[in-house]
Ligand binder design. Structure first.
Ligand SMILES: [Zn+2]
Length: 299
């Protein structure tokens, strides 16, 4: 019988063998790493946010879900020693338009990583003339005009679930972000109704007027179905929106994507400061209703 160890039969603990110190250390590091990031805050945003001051990127985690691949591998990092898991909604580099984002894969991917809280950063158009370009809005309501055009539920077949969506954004996370804004002296609109359209085209002036009369303050293309999919998985979800321009017909000027990018860039520093403060402000343990969203929701 041949031994696979060295020829003098001394016990040799090889790196990678199940008895080795290095193997155990490796496994312990892996479990520590996963435990740490399981408790992290999820952040969905565009690529510009990888440049947050003080952000330390520690690794990437590709995830495969039953709905396919998320927009990109999740990036595991830290802000002020708080673990954060990033996902660029439109891929990296930016290449997936809002109506083609695989929202179910993105949200399920966070769930598979153990994330139970997500902050979504989004550029929006302002419908409310009081909300000037460059303003930051913490929306509290959603009007969904994408309905029927996107995969918007995890409960297509089998169990029938009607999740409560009276308050589409997590109340606890909203109040943490608003409190962080007060502490950092950053002006934010503490409420706002976000109307979500399918895109990728921008809206007509008549549509915006219709939305304004319906009570919408801002218009964007991504809050839905992100918000409801998060609720269906009992993940807390909230939004930080940057008004990058006035929507069609609110001013007489023609809308351009360069205007959107310029305003976004000008708001980046305030956004980064707010994000860092907000992430530190969010309590470790959840006391909101999101964690019990599926209770009494099935038929
Ligand atoms: Zn919540």
């Amino acid at each position: 019988m041949q031994h696979s160890s060295s020829s003098d039969n001394r016990p040799v603990a090889k790196i990678g063998s199940k008895n080795s110190f290095y193997y155990l250390l490796n496994r312990l590091s892996f479990f520590y790493f996963m435990l740490k990031y399981c408790m992290s805050i999820g952040l969905i945003s565009g690529s510009g946010l990888y440049e947050i001051d003080g952000l330390k990127v520690c690794g990437e985690k590709p995830v495969e879900t039953q709905f396919g691949a998320p927009s990109a591998p999740y990036r595991l990092g830290e802000i002020e020693s708080i673990p954060v898991t990033f996902l660029p909604r439109h891929g990296f580099p930016h290449s997936i338009p809002p109506h083609k984002v695989n929202y179910r894969a993105n949200i399920q991917g966070f769930k598979l990583l153990g994330i139970d809280r997500i902050i979504a950063v989004t550029a929006v158009g302002s419908i409310n003339p009081d909300i000037k370009p460059g303003s930051i809005i913490i929306p509290d309501q959603i009007i969904d005009f994408t309905y029927g055009s996107r995969e918007s539920t995890f409960y297509d077949s089998g169990k029938v679930v009607h999740v409560d969506f009276t308050e589409p954004y997590c109340r606890e996370m909203r109040s943490s972000i608003i409190s962080a804004a007060h502490k950092t002296d950053i002006n934010v609109y503490e409420r706002g109704s976000y109307i979500c359209v399918n895109g990728p085209r921008l809206e007509t002036a008549a549509e915006i007027e219709f939305f304004r009369r319906s009570g919408a303050d801002i218009v964007g293309m991504t809050a839905m179905p992100e918000a409801v999919l998060s609720r269906e998985l009992e993940i807390c979800y909230c939004g930080i929106c940057i008004a990058t321009n006035f929507a069609a017909g609110i001013t007489n000027e023609r809308l351009t994507t360069s205007e959107v990018i310029e305003t976004m860039n000008a708001s980046t520093e305030r956004l980064k400061t707010l994000l860092k403060a907000a992430i530190a402000e969010i309590p470790q343990n959840r006391s909101c209703g999101c964690k019990d969203a599926l209770k009494d929701s099935g038929l």
